[in-house]
Design a protein around this ligand. Sequence first.
Ligand SMILES: NC(=O)c1ccc[n+]([C@@H]2O[C@H](COP(=O)([O-])OP(=O)(O)OC[C@H]3O[C@@H](n4cnc5c(N)ncnc54)[C@H](OP(=O)(O)O)[C@@H]3O)[C@@H](O)[C@H]2O)c1
Length: 341
Amino acid sequence: MTLPSKMRALIQLHDGYAGTQTGPDIDDIAPFVALRDVYVPTPGKGEALIKVHLAAVNPSDIHFIKGEYGQPRRKGIPAGFEAVGQVVGGDTPLIGQRVSFFATASGTWAEYALTDASRLVPCRADLAEPDAAGLLVNPLTAIALFDVVRDSGADSFVLNAAGSQLGKLLIALGRDHGIKPIAVVRRAAQAAALRDLGAAEVIVTGDADPLDQARNIFKTLSPRVLLDAVGDQFTADLFFAMPAQARWINYGKLATEAPVLTQLGQLIFQGKEIAGFWLTRWLQQTDPARIAEAFSDIQKRFVTGRWVTDVAGIVPLSDALSGLPLALVKTDGKAFIDPRQ
Ligand SMILES: NC(=O)c1ccc[n+]([C@@H]2O[C@H](COP(=O)([O-])OP(=O)(O)OC[C@H]3O[C@@H](n4cnc5c(N)ncnc54)[C@H](OP(=O)(O)O)[C@@H]3O)[C@@H](O)[C@H]2O)c1
């Protein structure tokens, strides 16, 4: 296949970190990325070049372009972490294969992306493109976090931002394994759909007495794990209302406020714990056989309908500057960028 020398891409406009903490909301991406024609990256040893079919837009991408994520920005390099595409070059036997991947060298909001060849995940032919484009970040995190839930030995767990794509994957895992999800959301409109999906209880933070509701639920269900993507005061209060030995696993910072930890003594006297989870670290520390098994399970779950990707919008790369913020307003599904349009 003859490759072009130039490609269209949304390139980063800044280096390093911003030192701010403004959260994943964004109404204008122009201060952070620009649509430019740049050279197609050249794969080096151990790298693969992929023609991108469809790229996901996750909260981590928005934290990243704003300079508020766990790794520094690189000015001039395309943004975008995950996608599906076809391998078109590089140091890999997978040339010609459709793969899901996480871009490590040159990002996915572009016609071509560059990544570590050892991280390519070949896709089943019957896997839909939006499922394949979002196959890694959220599904793998759901599997990893659900392992923590299973290890807790409790027959329930608490999760917030439960209407997020990742929250819905976790609720479906709870449903399928008989471990009751106690879902926390801020919008009452999401409650019925989450109950239908498998949530045993739904707590709406905007209700008059959400903490009292939680205390009553905890008396019956005794969850041991709180999966938290929000990190606000209600989450801290919820944790201190949980039974002894509870673990608060923070994996996201959707809220910008800093919670006050009012009952730290519970860490001493009730054996409670607070920890963080980052998929990047989990991938480095986890047995490759477990990761391969997870990818097989993940694809099977999507193909058989046990997991569903809700699509908020597919934005052409050429319109991303105006179209992406509009697609991101719809929080009940994932936004994608199509570099072929
Ligand atoms: N640590 C890791 O390795 C890792 C890996 C994957 C994902 N994550 C994190 O997981 C979280 C969910 O990701 P996703 O892709 O599933 O998200 P998503 O589908 O884009 O959904 C975002 C959700 O967050 C809710 N939300 C936003 N701001 C909020 C706030 N201040 N308080 C309460 N809820 C709020 C929204 O609720 P509304 O509908 O009410 O707006 C929406 O349901 C993100 O924080 C992401 O960074 C972390």
